[in-house]
Design a protein around this ligand. Structure first.
Ligand code: PEP
Length: 248
């Protein structure tokens, strides 16, 4: 059985003072041996995470990474720098990066490779827009997004990624995919992984993201192919984030 993983995506939220309260609240409430948990924070707060969370059960990570290893790329952050700050995870291809920064499937794939090369676990986000869902294109869209990543990885590397299915219409909107809708796409993604590598099909965690909250988390994560959650808004309150972790 795959262990459950719950990851908070803080997006561009936080301050040193608020983070200190939030991180302390999460660490204090984390039970032993339950789901694995992590927070993906804005890059300036990685040092604060390293200082606060080292030795705790809560892992941390970033929300984006450069495709380049180093050099003249102003504003970019290299995967090796994230490793330097103790990150375990980095989100790649979040729909906000695809929509507002024009990230292509190929760039997302290169980011996943950069992360793996630095020993990080990339959380590869895929998901359809409402128009694409209504046009019956959901599987085509997510298969294409994931296959760009799979094409660049060998079987062993595929086993080291995490996938997050995040329907774009459900992110930050309060609209959640029903457990059945989400499970259908997760099963599709799992068979795509399995076709690439049987082991990857069994081992890779596929998280659901999109308005996951304490009151819908248990039912979503009870689905056979939903291995946890990528949580936006509800990750900013310790009580809500802990309730989701406990529901896993
Ligand atoms: C996200 O940004 O990855 C996300 C799932 O956000 P929310 O939980 O707020 O919908």
């Amino acid at each position: 059985m795959r262990p459950k993983l719950v990851v908070g995506n803080w997006k561009m939220n936080g301050s040193r003072a608020n983070n200190a309260t939030l991180l302390a609240g999460i660490v204090e409430g984390l039970g032993q041996g339950k789901a694995q948990a992590a927070v993906c924070v804005p890059a300036p707060y990685l040092q604060q995470c390293a200082d606060t969370l080292a030795g705790s059960e809560l892992a941390w990570g970033a929300q984006d990474v450069s495709i380049h290893a180093s050099g003249a790329y102003t504003g970019e952050v290299a995967a090796s720098m994230l490793s330097d700050f103790g990150c375990r995870y980095v989100i790649v291809g979040h729909s906000e990066r695809r929509a507002y920064h024009g990230e292509t499937d190929q760039q997302v794939a290169q980011k996943a490779v950069a992360a793996l090369n630095a020993g990080l676990t990339p959380i590869v986000c895929v998901g359809e827009t409402l128009d694409q869902r209504e046009a019956g294109q959901t599987n085509v869209v997510v298969n294409k997004q994931l296959s760009a990543v799979l094409e660049l990885l060998d079987g062993a590397a595929v086993q080291r990624i995490v996938v997050a299915y995040e329907p774009v219409w459900a992110i930050g909107t309060g609209k959640t995919a029903t457990p059945a809708m989400a499970q259908e796409v997760h099963a599709e993604l799992r068979s795509q992984l399995r076709a690439r590598s049987l082991d990857a099909g069994e081992k890779v965690a596929i998280l659901y993201g999109g308005s996951m909250k304490p009151d819908n988390a248990a039912e979503l994560m009870a689905q056979a192919d939903i291995d946890g959650g990528l949580i936006g808004g509800a990750a900013l309150k310790a009580a809500d984030f802990l309730a989701i972790i406990n529901a896993a």
